[in-house]
Write a protein that binds this ligand. Sequence first.
Ligand SMILES: Cc1cc2nc3c(=O)[nH]c(=O)nc-3n(C[C@H](O)[C@H](O)[C@H](O)COP(=O)(O)O)c2cc1C
Length: 368
Amino acid sequence: MNGNSIGKALVLTCFGESHGRCVGVVIDGCPAGLPISQEEIQVEMDKRRPSSTDVSTPRREEDTVEVLSGVYNNFTTGAPICMLIWNRDVDSRPYELAKDKPRPGHADYPAHVRYGGFNDFRGGGRFSGRITAAYVMAGAIAKKLLDTIGIEILAHTVQIRSVKLSKHVAYDYIRRNVYQNAVRCADPDVAEAMKEEILKASKEGDSVGGVVEGLVLNAPAGLGDPIFDTLDSDIAKAMFNIPAVKGVEFGAGFEAASIRGSQNNDQYALREGGIVTLSNNAGGVLGGISTGMPIAVRVAFKPTSSISKRQKTVDLERMKETEIELKGRHDPCIVPRAVPVVEACLALVLADHAMRAGEIPRVLEQIG
Ligand SMILES: Cc1cc2nc3c(=O)[nH]c(=O)nc-3n(C[C@H](O)[C@H](O)[C@H](O)COP(=O)(O)O)c2cc1C
């Protein structure tokens, strides 16, 4: 099973399964001298934990991060950083019972084919959303690295099914409000309508999807490398590494296909001695390189595939058509818990590219 690593200068390798012993990450390439405490990493991890409301899975995990290496006296040492969380609240029975019946919409069937039935299917195994805990741990380090050069990462829920955050919200509003409600939306009224949408689907044994917007603020112009290492392709890849992601767009995105060049072009101007664009339809990236404008990416999540409604499937052992009714514990909507994951993935890609561009020094002695 290859494909567990991402990044070039800052390399993340993740490991673990949903119902195995743990989920963790090794980060290679982090400069020495970065101040980081276990508490700071835990703050990020706690954003991803299921909230106590009905909008998330009933699986209750403490998700207390253990830092096993690479950090000494609250500073990175330059050595690989290994971190993990233990899986404790595990109930594999529903998965054992339905082992031969692949869940429609989940990875069960293609994974069974790819790994000849040897893959750990319990709780989705390696394909579980729980793997994203590893991205969030690593993202905490990446965010600290970005702090050293003034880059900030934000993310917020902008759509749940048909309920949209249609007005523009100020960055400060996002900073202050996102983690104040269960759906991670910056507008409390819209958040309430989104929550209703999730609860309605959940009561009917169903699920809903939505959209998360990720933002990178204060990124300098000039990050990214053509052709196969463009900043936007690396961000898109990182986003598609989040399970349940079905679409990624930057700036005007798909909408750009229906307007004219004169409307889509972001015209240049000088402001306070610096070059800016008067609009940001490019979403902060041109030619795969950051423009210095905010990087804006929208990530579409499908509705959770594991639903308790009866659905058609095939018994792989008997090769007979059958039906499945799921009993496991699932998120009725993935979006709220994916918000910190989108932040983490953005932070990892930006930190990697900032290091490649020499923006973050190999030893951060000046910060200590
Ligand atoms: C934070 C998070 C939580 C998730 N929780 C669930 C869940 O409870 N039930 C489920 O069926 N899928 C869940 N998923 C999505 C599945 O892991 C994903 O749909 C599956 O691996 C198939 O991959 P694909 O949808 O990208 O094709 C979650 C994803 C994330 C990011």
